[in-house]
Ligand binder design. Structure first.
Ligand code: FES
Ligand code: FES
Length: 154
């Protein structure tokens, strides 16, 4: 076990855990931020996506020992009131079905649009390709990413 001082959603959090513990479990079990979901545990689904220094990463594959003082953002910290352009577009398009994959979808989309605010359809498809949705909400996801991109440039 070891002590780690983390910067999560702009707040300092201290945890005492095995250094190999994936951030997914640090977030869910120790900090009680359960918006980040466990899907596969092997980097194959994207349900556990968070931002690590602004980059979308799979928290099931990010050991707490690799985080240092870099900023971690989870779905709970993406916006103050659920009003990030991606979240608003998701509501507008009623994207979620069961909802399980949606945290990861939104976090991937938000990081992608920050890097590429005016994407083509192909770029959206390629960026969102690694986030699996068993309810097949892919068409609504794509439409919502396009709406979010437009609203960001208004
Ligand atoms: S739970 Fe991390 S990619 Fe599936
Ligand atoms: S909305 Fe059900 S898995 Fe994506």
């Amino acid at each position: 076990m070891a002590i780690f001082n983390l910067n999560i959603n702009g707040k300092k959090q201290t945890v005492d855990v095995d250094p190999k513990t994936p951030m997914l479990w640090v977030l869910r079990e120790h900090i009680k931020l359960v918006g980040t979901k466990y899907g596969c545990g092997v980097a194959a689904c994207g349900a556990c996506t968070i931002h690590f220094d602004g980059i979308a990463v799979r928290s099931c594959q990010l050991p707490v020992s690799a985080v240092g003082n870099k900023l971690i953002t989870t779905i709970e910290g993406l916006s103050e009131n659920g009003d990030h352009p991606v979240q608003k577009a998701w509501l507008e398009h009623d994207v979620a079905q069961c909802g399980y994959c949606q945290t990861g979808q939104i976090m991937s989309a938000a990081a992608f649009l920050k890097k590429n605010p005016n994407p083509t359809d192909e770029q959206i498809e390629s960026a969102m390709n690694g986030n699996i949705c068993r309810c097949a909400t892919y068409l609504r996801i794509k439409a919502a990413v396009k709406t979010a991109a437009k609203s960001q440039t208004l």
